[in-house]
Write a protein that binds this ligand. Structure first.
Ligand code: F6P
Length: 425
C-alpha cells in the first residue's frame, strides 16, 4: 500500500488544486494513504512540530466515509478554513491563532482523505500553499525533509511545479538512498524505517502559467492565464476604441512568449514582441510603426501591442513596454498607455481545460507511481496531441534547458525544434 504525499511548488497556477484533488481521490480509490504537504518543499523540511493544537482532517479521524454529517462537516470546513485563513504566517510561529482556536500551525505534512479535497477543482491558486524554499536547496535541508517523510511513513511524492521544482524532485530521488543511510547512521531513523524506505518514488506534473516546458503541449494553468489575458484585452479594447488610443500590454511568461503570442492571435493584436522571434535590433521599431500606421490608414481606431515580459531584440537586448510606448507616441503621435497585466493573469478560478487536464494527469500520476520500480526513471506527466503522456522527468527538464540555451545563442531554429517535435520532423 503506497503512502503518498502531494505538494505544489514554485509560482502558483490555476489547476494546482485540481491536481491535489485528483491525486488524493485516485490514490484512495487505489488503496493508498494520502498526505498533503503545505508550502511546497519548505513544508517537507519543516515537517510536523509536536504539541500544537490542530484540526483533525477526515483521514486523521479515521473517517473513510465520503459523506459529511454534523461535527464531521465542521471538521472538514475548518480544515479548509485553516488552510486559507488560519495559518498564513509561514514565517512566524506560535502566535495569531484564528478565532476558531484550532490551526494547522506547526504541521506541514497533513494526512488527508476524500472529503478534505472535495470541490477543490474550481478553486484558484494553490490551497496547500507554495514557497520558494532555500532550505530544500541544501543537502542538510533535504536530509531533514527525508527524515520528516519517513517519520510520517511516506514513500511516494507527487510534485506539481515548474522546471526548477521538478529538477529538485529528481535530485531528491537520486540522493534518497544516501540520505536514508545517513539518517540511519545518525540514528535519526530506526532499522525498520531504513529498510522500509529504501527507495523513494516521485512523479512530476507541470504547473506553470508560462507553458515553457518541453515534451508537453500545455502546462497546468497556462490556458487559464491566457483566458485572463483575453478578458483583460477585451476590457482594454472598449476604452482604447473610445479614445482612439494605443495600448501596450505587457504579459507574463518569464522567458517564454507563448502567452503573448497566443493572446495576440486570440485578440487580433496589431503587433507582438516575444523572445523566441526577436525582431531586428536596427529596424524593429520602423517595422512596428509601418504596420500599425497601415492599420490606422484603413480606419482602425485602436492599437494593441503585446509585449512578452521576456521580449528581446536580435541583439538579445530586452524590449520594454515603456520603450514601445515612447516609440508609438513620438513616431506615430498616438495617445499611448501601458498596462502591465501582472498577477491578475495568474489568479482566479481555473477554466475548464485547467480542471480537465489536471484531473486526467493526476490520475496518470498515481498510476505511474503504482507502476514505478527502483529502476524506472521518475516520470513527468504531460499531454501531447490530446493524449496524457509519461516521459522521463529529466529528459523534459534537460530539453527545456537546451531551449533556453539555444535562445541565448540566437539559434532559434534549434529552439523551435526542441520545443516542438513536429517542427523537427
Ligand atoms: O513562472 C510564473 C510567473 O508568473 C512568470 O510568468 C513571472 O515571470 C513570474 O512567475 C513572477 O514571479 P513572482 O510571482 O515571484 O513575481
Amino acid at each position: 500500500k503506497l503512502k503518498l504525499a502531494v505538494l505544489t511548488s514554485g509560482g502558483d497556477s490555476a489547476g494546482m488544486n485540481a491536481v491535489v484533488r485528483a491525486v488524493v481521490k485516485t490514490a484512495i480509490i487505489k488503496g493508498c494513504e494520502t498526505w498533503i504537504v503545505r508550502e511546497g518543499y519548505e513544508g517537507l523540511v519543516r515537517g510536523n512540530t509536536e504539541g500544537h493544537r490542530h484540526t483533525h482532517t477526515h483521514a486523521e479521524k479515521g473517517g473513510a466515509s465520503p459523506r459529511l454529517k454534523g461535527a464531521e462537516f465542521h471538521e472538514a470546513e475548518s480544515f479548509i478554513h485553516n488552510l486559507r485563513y488560519g495559518d498564513g504566517e509561514l514565517l512566524k510561529d506560535g502566535t495569531g491563532d484564528h478565532p476558531g482556536g484550532r490551526t494547522l500551525k506547526g504541521r506541514y505534512i497533513v494526512r488527508v482523505g476524500w472529503d478534505d479535497v472535495r470541490g477543490w477543482f474550481s478553486e484558484g491558486g494553490t490551497l496547500i500553499g507554495t514557497a520558494r524554499s532555500v532550505a530544500f536547496r541544501t543537502r542538510e535541508g533535504r536530509l531533514t525533509a527525508a527524515q520528516n517523510m519517513i517519520k510520517e511513513g511516506i514513500d511516494a511524492l507527487v510534485v506539481c511545479g515548474g522546471d526548477g521544482s521538478l529538477t529538485g524532485a529528481d535530485v531528491f530521488r537520486a540522493e534518497w538512498p544516501g540520505l536514508v543511510s545517513e539518517l540511519h547512521n545518525e540514528k535519526r531513523i530506526t532499522d525498520e524505517q531504513a529498510t522500509a524506505h529504501a527507495h523513494l518514488k516521485i512523479v512530476g506534473l507541470v504547473g506553470s502559467i508560462d507553458n515553457d516546458m518541453s515534451m508537453t503541449d500545455l502546462t497546468i494553468g497556462a490556458p487559464t492565464a491566457l483566458h485572463r489575458i483575453c478578458e483583460s484585452i477585451d476590457n482594454i479594447n472598449s476604452t482604447a476604441y473610445s479614445h482612439s488610443r494605443a495600448f501596450v500590454l505587457e504579459v507574463m511568461g518569464r522567458h517564454c512568449g507563448w502567452l503573448a503570442l497566443m493572446a495576440a492571435v486570440s485578440c487580433g493584436a496589431d503587433f507582438v514582441l516575444i523572445p523566441e522571434n526577436p525582431p531586428d535590433a536596427d529596424n524593429w521599431a520602423d517595422e512596428m510603426c509601418q504596420s500599425i500606421q497601415s492599420h490606422r490608414d484603413i480606419g482602425k481606431r485602436k492599437t494593441i501591442v503585446i509585449v512578452a515580459e521576456g521580449a528581446l531584440d536580435s541583439k538579445l537586448q530586452p524590449i520594454h513596454s515603456e520603450q514601445v510606448k515612447e516609440i508609438l507616441s513620438e513616431r506615430l503621435g498616438l495617445d499611448t498607455r501601458v498596462t502591465t497585466l501582472g498577477h491578475t493573469q495568474r489568479g482566479g478560478r481555473p477554466c475548464a481545460m485547467d480542471r480537465i487536464l489536471p484531473t486526467l494527469q493526476g490520475i496518470e500520476a498515481v498510476e505511474a507511481l503504482l507502476e514505478s520500480t527502483p529502476d524506472s526513471p521518475s516520470y513527468m506527466i504531460g499531454v501531447r496531441e490530446n493524449k496524457i503522456t509519461r516521459v522521463p522527468l529529466m529528459d523534459a527538464v534537460k530539453m527545456t534547458r537546451e531551449v533556453a540555451q539555444a535562445i541565448s545563442e540566437k539559434n532559434f531554429e534549434k529552439a523551435m525544434s526542441l520545443r516542438d517535435p513536429e517542427f523537427r520532423e
